[in-house]
Design a protein around this ligand. Structure first.
Ligand code: TPP
Ligand code: MG
Length: 185
């Protein structure tokens, strides 16, 4: 499953729900798949995507989607424990698991060597979990996660087809647009 196609599918189903994107290619592909006010792009802040999404989920009744990365989440496994502790019903975490720190040179990550992030989530009291390897299954599980209470933790094993141009996003503008989108409601 290609991450970009999976990102396009997520956007088709997400409606107006907030989406937080991991740094690097995940943010770039989200921008190319469809720029919108409710996309929260991140730069440089490795390991914080799902922590940001957790904070948002605790602050809004809307369902919040986190598009995290294996390498980033491995750097901050405490984020999974905090999600398990807080049990936000409105949080859906998807981990784009390419089993590598892709952007910095494709070094194999722990998930290439046996670490099972779904099992980590389960052991942190997150009971709605899945590991998926194809687009159809991801679509099925994601639609279920949008309908049913979470927290949800979905590991999506993905591949990349080369990097897209870096998205022309200013972090300050991301914050401005994103906050305003909540005020407008
Ligand atoms: C604290 C910190 N350490 C290292 C980096 C450099 N860095 C940027 S992206 C990245 C890899 C991220 O891996 P992953 O989340 O799996 O995303 P992928 O690149 O595979 O899509 C690294 C190590 C950083 N931005 N911040
Ligand atoms: Mg990765």
């Amino acid at each position: 499953m290609l991450r970009f196609e999976a990102t396009q599918m997520i956007l088709r189903h997400a409606g107006d729900r907030p989406i937080v994107a991991n740094l690097g290619p995940t943010t770039d592909e989200l921008w190319h798949a469809g720029h919108r006010d409710r996309n929260f792009y991140t730069y440089g802040n490795m390991g914080l995507c799902s922590s940001l999404a957790l904070g948002m989920a605790l602050s809004t009744p809307e369902k919040v989607v986190s598009l995290d990365g294996d390498g980033s989440l491995l750097m901050n496994l405490g984020a999974i424990a905090s999600i398990g502790r807080e049990q936000p019903k409105n949080l859906v975490v998807i981990v784009w698991d390419n089993q590598q720190w892709g952007q910095t040179g494709h070094q194999p990550s722990h998930t290439a060597c046996g670490t099972d992030l779904e099992q980590v989530a389960r052991s942190c009291s997150i009971s709605h979990t899945a590991t998926v390897r194809d687009l159809e299954t991801l679509e099925q599980v994601f639609c279920q996660a949008l309908e049913e209470d979470g927290p949800w933790f979905i590991v999506a094993k993905i591949e990349e087809a080369g990097y897209m141009p870096v998205s022309p996003i200013e972090p300050e503008m991301t914050l401005y647009r994103f906050r305003n989108s909540f005020l407008k409601k």
